[in-house]
Ligand binder design. Structure first.
Ligand code: PGA
Length: 243
């Protein structure tokens, strides 16, 4: 199971201290958890140093579509992220989709893969799209356009995050989530002949709903925002996913 902590634009240098308990927790051998922290760029180096002797991996929250260096003020490339020591990068999160279309996201994924980063590729429908029964067509378009010209999905993890569920405390019904995850799996099978891709769920995951979410077929883990910035709550989620 994957537990990806997406810290968004939160955290100060002191926050690195809040990794202590998670690091100890990650060392308990019998639990096969893949814990990945995605702090803001400013904290990546501190997080990498702090987690050096643990199984915790570090990722960035986005990258530029140009993979190397260039005159792009304020931007960070996949080469730079890799150079720091990151192994992962989140691409296509809904909070970044306001300035990135599917085509741009596709270029970013290619840029990340060219630097041998693992990609956490986020897709998900907005509330209005859900209400208009457009969920499947939106997911399909995001998948096909986001993965255009990419045939090897070995280093891509899909994160299904309904936009209306992010930060709202509301999660999809068991039935909807099961259906949408299956739809994602089927789409990848038909379009990419891929049956192995890991699929995460993200959106308001917390210690109260984790047990129910664990019952959904084919979920390989979770992308967790708010609840991941508090180490006690984050550990609680991981513990409850097992018991
Ligand atoms: P949330 O965020 O857990 O705070 O809803 C999830 C995400 O945006 O990845």
């Amino acid at each position: 199971m994957y537990f990806v902590a997406n810290w968004k634009m939160f955290g100060s240098i002191k926050s690195v201290n809040s990794l202590k308990k998670v690091i100890s927790y990650s060392k308990i051998k019998k639990r096969k958890l893949n814990i990945i922290y995605c702090p803001p760029y400013t904290l990546i180096k501190s997080f990498l140093d702090k987690t050096k002797n643990s199984n915790i991996k570090i990722g960035a929250q986005d990258c530029h579509s140009h993979s190397k260096y260039g005159p792009f003020t304020g931007a960070v490339s996949s080469k730079m992220i890799k150079d720091l020591g990151c192994e992962f990068v989140i691409i296509g999160h809904s909070e970044t989709r306001t300035i990135n279309n599917n085509k741009k996201i596709n270029l970013k994924i290619q840029a990340a893969l060219s630097e041998k980063l693992n990609v956490i590729f986020c897709i998900g429908e907005k509330l209005i799209e859900k209400k208009n029964n457009k969920t499947k067509s939106v997911l399909k378009k995001q998948l096909l356009e986001g993965l255009k010209n990419i045939n090897n999905l070995n280093n891509i993890i899909i994160a299904y995050e309904p936009v209306w569920s992010i930060g709202s405390g509301i999660i999809p019904t068991q039935n909807d989530l099961t259906k949408n995850i299956k739809f994602i799996k089927d789409t990848l099978k038909i379009s990419k002949n891929n049956t192995k891709s890991k699929i995460l769920y993200g959106g308001s995951v917390n210690p109260k709903n984790i047990k129910n979410l664990m019952r959904i077929n084919n979920i390989n883990g979770f992308l967790i925002g708010g609840a991941s910035t508090n180490e006690k709550i984050f550990i609680d989620i991981m513990k409850k996913s097992i018991n």
